[in-house]
Design a protein around this ligand. Structure first.
Ligand code: XMP
Length: 519
């Protein structure tokens, strides 16, 4: 399957070698906040795999390994071939120093949390516009104990002599500038990418839109592109971008899979009309629900839904004779998370069907213009393209929809119960101005019935679980502290207004150890 995305060769890029730090993605985001394109690369990558990237700077991330251990990851043999500035952060610093015959020791003081750094001189461009002393975020057991002779010391803390060092345009810092707790952190990253690497802040939504419009229209030519829209921000922005690039050759399709929330299909189709994007509507409720009949396993549900989507697309496209491409709103975190899930060392958590579940024999070529973007960047692109806030600021909704929020078997009756409960929850969340503070809020219908009492009658009915989380990017999430009075109103409205429910529970687990969705 060939994937077309925006070619990185266009942009001056900082690559981030990922040594396994929990902060690698944050480094990539910080660089992009300087309007400079960045990409995360495995340090084991072969140099030839980087041919397509216009590398102007390299950052080595932190990581959990011990550099003195023979099996720990070292610097790649091509690191210095590009002759661009290099910044090693934490383990990245240690890897550079180790390679140059310096010493890294585990018997010095470890530091976790805040430390005050003292600059030897604030004349170095890395610390341009920084104070002489400021707080930084440390997280290390090992430290550099001896630097190679030709290296220069730039800064120390009380417990860490070599907190910042340099040799020509190779820099190493023990602290984490990407973390918000480091004062001047953004300034230091901007100093590295904009001043030391000399990359102009040209990576903007405006430039991205213009360059992808050219690229997409050249690649598509006179063929047609099918873009399935869900109403979520990712597919909406993908559709708006394609609409601008190829207009008449774009066919937007909204498939009602019967697993949507109350009124959702009408709302989405109307918003696209308002944005002047033509949408074809197919109601495939019966096919989806009957294919899911008696299916309990969540991964099985995802596969069936992914396959049913494709077969609905394929029969829809028979009406046209030259649809060659399928456009998808895949984002960078999906790509990173799938790469991690595909790695032989990682356990598979879930298949997110917009990346993993497509049948291999699919008859379309894929267009994924947002494959290198984070969600907040996609929202900016959507704004620049003039999409309404309703589409840009929507919480994410999973492709398999309510199917993975009904635990166990899916029936029309359960779908109706969940839809009504979810609608009440959303209504109260919006009424209390909580919607935009939450990453997601939704109801889950459990496969559990329990005893209750209504009036003078015994009831034996379903349980609704409420899930509301705060998150930056769905990789981790914290359960939201919704005020008790709001929870109280949600619970009493659901039990009073939704037939078939006599109990409401609130999910107070974060991710990890839970995932956001229940299935
Ligand atoms: P989890 O449950 O893995 O969810 O913590 C992380 C984010 O991904 C969404 N999600 C999905 N999106 N297809 C999708 O398109 C899926 O199969 C799927 N599963 C989870 C979830 O809503 C959350 O935002």
């Amino acid at each position: 399957m060939k994937i077309i995305n925006d070619s990185q060769k266009t942009y001056n890029t900082v690559i981030i070698l990922d040594y396994g730090s929990q902060y690698s993605k944050l480094i990539a985001r910080r660089v992009r906040e300087c309007n400079v394109y960045s990409e995360i690369i495995n340090p084991d990558a072969d140099k030839s795999e980087l041919d397509h990237i216009n590398i102007k700077g390299i950052i080595l991330s932190g990581g959990p390994s011990d550099i003195n251990n023979s099996s720990s990851p070292k610097i790649p043999d091509w690191l210095y071939d590009f002759k661009v500035p290099i910044l090693g952060i934490c383990y990245g610093l240690q890897a550079i120093i180790y390679n140059d015959d310096g010493k890294v020791s585990s018997d010095l003081n470890s530091e976790y949390g805040k430390a005050e750094i003292n600059l030897i001189s604030n004349k170095d461009p890395l610390f341009q516009n920084c104070d002489d002393n400021f707080n930084v975020w440390m997280s290390h057991g090992d430290s550099v104990s001896v630097i190679p002779e030709h290296y220069e010391l730039l800064a120390s803390t009380d417990s860490c002599k070599y907190a910042a060092v340099k040799f020509k345009n190779i820099y190493g810092i023990q602290f984490h500038p990407e973390v918000v707790h480091t004062q001047n952190g953004k300034q230091i990253i901007s100093n590295f990418v904009n001043v030391i690497c000399k990359i102009k802040p040209e990576w903007t939504s405006y430039n991205f839109i213009n360059s992808s419009i050219d690229k997409i229209s050249n690649q598509v030519g006179d063929n047609k592109v099918l873009c399935a829209i869900s109403g979520g921000v990712d597919s909406s922005v993908t559709a708006a971008l394609l609409n601008k690039a190829i207009n008449e050759n774009l066919i937007c399709l909204f498939v009602n899979n019967g697993l949507l929330r109350k009124n959702e299909a009408d709302e989405v189709v109307n918003k696209f009309k308002e944005a002047n994007i033509k949408v074809e509507y197919v109601d495939a409720t019966e096919i989806f629900v009957s294919n899911l009949n008696k299916v309990i396993d969540p991964e099985q549900k995802r596969k069936i839904i992914g396959n049913t989507f494709i077969s609905v697309f394929e029969s829809f496209t028979k009406k046209f004779d030259n649809i060659k491409f399928l456009a998808q709103g895949t984002l960078y975190p999906d790509v990173i998370e799938s790469a991690t899930n595909d790695s032989p060392n990682a356990a598979k958590i879930k298949t997110h069907h917009n990346v993993g579940g497509l049948p291999k024999d699919m008859n379309f070529e894929l267009i994924e213009p947002l494959r290198n973007h984070f969600k907040d960047e996609v929202r900016l692109i959507g704004k620049e393209l003039g999409l309404p806030d309703f589409l840009i600021n929507r919480q994410p909704f999973p492709g398999p929809g309510l199917a993975i929020r009904i635990i166990g078997e899916i029936t029309f009756e359960k779908l109706e119960i969940l839809r009504n409960a979810d609608w009440i929850l959303m209504d109260e969340i919006k009424n209390n101005d909580l919607y935009e503070q939450l990453w997601q809020n939704f109801a889950v219908l459990l496969d559990v019935q329990s005893v209750g009492v209504m009036g003078d009658h015994r009831t034996y009915e379903y349980t609704i679980a409420i899930r509301a989380v705060k998150s930056e990017d769905a990789m981790t999430a914290d359960w939201a502290r919704i005020p008790y009075n709001v929870l109280d109103k949600i619970s009493s409205r659901i039990t009073n207004e939704v037939q078939g429910v006599n109990r409401v529970v609130y999910d107070i687990t974060s991710k990890p150890p839970s995932t956001i969705e229940w299935e």
